[in-house]
Design a protein around this ligand. Structure first.
Ligand SMILES: C[S@@+](CC[C@H](N)C(=O)[O-])C[C@H]1O[C@@H](n2cnc3c(N)ncnc32)[C@H](O)[C@@H]1O
Length: 268
């Protein structure tokens, strides 16, 4: 016997139609189920329809109009936790996946998360709960001034899609995630440059800036960090298909002979 919900989802292009039907039925019945199905068939990401995303065994709230955290961003979580910070700031936080997962894994961590868009910050507050504070505004501008010079880890999955490439993105992202969350400017690196430039003012000596990037853009992201006086290296994780730049502040003061600004690549 055919399942009409599975058929509807399949016709709408849902590759995992059986699994999605099961999840949607577990979530709602009757008119509410019809509403969720209509949103999914209309192309909205399953995660925002269900109102949640599961990452590395942790559940995060995500609502319509938010960027859905991707599995590859777990590389930032791993690098942030490995740095054993006491103070962590996530800028361009969206629903704050890195801040929330790090806060759940590190006791006593002081956590701040900030974004320009108020929509994902509603979910960010839920995801952080009483483990962290949420701020609304442009990059670091809304952060408390007393964080300057004492941040151990500053982390960002900022928009890095070159403007002209947005038109070629899958429709789930292009039509249902805010352009503010995707558009990184002409070469995709506008936000990376701004974050790298501002980071030294917020990091403590030896503090670490972590930026998600793509394999193709990684050298340019690392170069932006090196230009800001940070010692940058590219980190690649093939299993997560993830690339990040890790850049250490006050390299000059920490090492007797740092040499010229540089970066290197490492694959863990
Ligand atoms: C690619 S999304 C990533 C969200 C989140 N970090 C994650 O991994 O799920 C980029 C985020 O940057 C935010 N953003 C874009 N420009 C910004 C700016 N100038 N200041 C602060 N946040 C900004 C967007 O609102 C969006 O939430």
């Amino acid at each position: 016997m055919t399942d009409s919900l599975v058929e509807r989802l399949r016709s709408a292009g849902c590759v995992f139609a059986e699994e999605e039907a099961q999840l949607l039925r577990a979530e709602a019945t009757g008119a509410r189920l019809d509403e969720l199905v209509a949103r999914r068939v209309g192309g909205e990401p399953l995660e925002t329809v269900l109102g949640r995303v599961d990452l590395d065994g942790e559940r995060l709230q995500v609502t319509a109009g938010c960027f859905v955290p991707r599995r590859r961003t777990l590389l930032l979580v791993r690098l942030a936790v490995e740095a054993r910070p006491s103070v962590l700031v996530e800028v361009c936080c969206g629903v704050a996946p890195v801040a929330a997962l790090a806060a759940r894994r590190l006791d006593g961590l002081e956590v701040h998360a900030a974004d320009l868009d108020p929509v994902p910050l509603v979910a960010a507050r839920v995801n952080l709960g009483d483990r962290g504070r949420v701020h609304e505004g442009d990059l670091m501008a809304p952060l408390p001034a007393d964080l300057q010079g004492r941040v151990d880890v500053l982390v960002a999955n900022a928009p890095y899609v070159p403007t002209a490439e947005i038109a070629h993105m899958p429709s789930e992202a292009r039509l249902h995630e805010p352009r503010l969350a995707l558009d990184g400017g002409a070469d995709g690196l506008d936000l990376h440059r701004r974050i790298a430039h501002a980071a030294p003012g917020w990091l403590r000596p030896g503090g670490v800036l972590l930026i998600e990037t793509s394999e193709r853009q990684a050298r340019a992201t690392a170069a932006a960090c090196a230009e800001a006086g940070l010692a940058a290296e590219i980190v690649r994780d093939d299993e997560l298909d993830a690339t990040a730049v890790r850049a250490v502040s006050d390299f000059d003061r920490l090492t007797p002979d740092p040499g010229p600004p540089h970066f290197r690549s490492i694959t863990p």
